[in-house]
Design a protein around this ligand. Structure first.
Ligand code: ZN
Length: 370
């Protein structure tokens, strides 16, 4: 399944940890329980025993997990760590710490579906050699006898489904990476994302017409993914090649460390700034976020010092960092970063808001690549 292109360091909310494989935390999204219920209800029949139903479910789960491990191991080969693998009802999602480039993306994306193809091939060969292959049409009814063949069929489906040439499916990434070998990257992304949205719309339509709500669900998931990734990728290509200093806010206010919460609140109202660097002389000692200011106002009152409410562990970035590398960091919980040189001097602020303004201006074409 897709890899999420949002490498913020936080674990995905609404998921629980179920262990680690190759040092990568595996998490279960709460909606996964819905799938379990569905599989158990569907798996119950006169001809399949309880243990076989359990084996079937565990085998499919393992197949999806192995698919993600495939992505993880090839990514690791390129030195890209996987932050976590989250299991969703319609597949797993691995989150790389950074985005793969060019051919790396091609091979990382191929690795997942390839794992399912190998599992299917191994099972089919074994069934064939042992002479236990049953006609495909008999697979509709789960029995103990056709268990292995159903697992093979499941893997074949995973293989084909993930190879759909639509962002954010693996096939969409393969398409994008292949296109990017010949075309500019943003054009390749645009084509793959458009293909993703069209295919998703088609899947939703088929689902609605046939009354198959699982298809509608899958279609909506793919559509949102394609849309989000298209936007992320466009932002990335529009900011790539520009240093942070070309987008940062240089006209900003700071608070002395002895300032009170009341003074900070006054500054919040009189300026359009939400976050204030707290300084001690020339030195920045913290960052006061609006939310922390509000909390301190409620719990400590207006006379408290800002230094008790500020964040000492704020995000700092050098001025020459490529803007495109900062996007994922600013889309996480920290929506502001302080731009500081190597002597720890404060040069500016970068917020997700002015980053998106920069992207808007770039879209209009007001900036030229320097
Ligand atoms: Zn995948």
């Amino acid at each position: 399944m897709p890899e999420r292109q949002d490498p913020s360091q936080q674990p995905l909310s609404g998921s629980i940890s179920i262990g680690k494989i190759f040092g990568v935390p595996i998490r279960l999204h709460f909606t996964f329980l819905l799938l379990l219920v569905f599989l158990v209800v569907n798996g119950i029949s006169d001809k399949q025993s309880g243990p076989f139903t359990a084996i079937y479910i565990v085998a499919l789960f393992a197949s999806v997990l192995l698919h993600e491990i495939g992505h993880t191991l090839v990514a690791r080969h390129y030195g890209i760590k996987t932050l976590e693998i989250v299991m969703f009802p319609i597949g797993g999602v691995s989150r790389p710490e950074r985005l793969p480039k060019g051919r790396q993306e091609l091979f990382i994306s191929l690795a997942g579906p390839l794992v399912n193809a190998l599992i299917a091939a191994a099972l089919i060969i074994w069934l064939w050699v042992s002479g236990t292959f049953v006609p495909i049409q008999l697979l509709k009814e789960p029995t103990n006898e056709n268990l292995a063949e159903r697992i093979a069929a499941g893997n074949l489906l995973l293989f084909l489904f993930n190879l759909l040439p639509a962002y954010p499916m693996d096939g969409g990434r393969i398409l994008r990476a292949a296109l990017a070998l010949r075309k500019p990257e943003n054009e390749a992304t645009r084509i793959a994302a458009t293909a993703g949205r069209r295919l998703a719309a088609l899947v939703i339509l088929i689902g609605l017409l046939s009354g198959n709500f699982m298809l509608v669900f899958v279609g909506v998931f793919v559509y949102l993914g394609a849309w989000q990734e298209g936007t992320t990728a466009r932002g990335r290509s529009l900011t790539s090649g520009f240093p942070v200093r070309s987008a940062m806010i240089t006209d900003f206010r700071t608070l002395p460390h002895g300032a009170s919460i009341k003074e900070a609140a006054d500054l919040l109202l009189s300026t359009s700034q939400h976050d204030f660097p707290v300084v001690h002389g020339e030195q920045v000692i913290g960052l006061l976020h609006r939310s922390a200011l509000m909390r301190a106002m409620m719990s400590e009152g207006p006379e408290a010092y800002v230094s008790t409410a500020m964040d000492r562990d704020f995000l700092r970035i050098p001025p020459d960092t490529d803007l495109s590398e900062i996007i994922p960091k600013l889309s996480g919980p920290a929506s502001v970063a302080l731009v500081m040189d190597d002597q720890d001097r404060l040069l500016g602020l970068l917020t997700s808001e002015n980053l998106s303004e920069f992207i808007m201006l770039r879209q209009i074409g007001q900036f030229q690549r320097s």
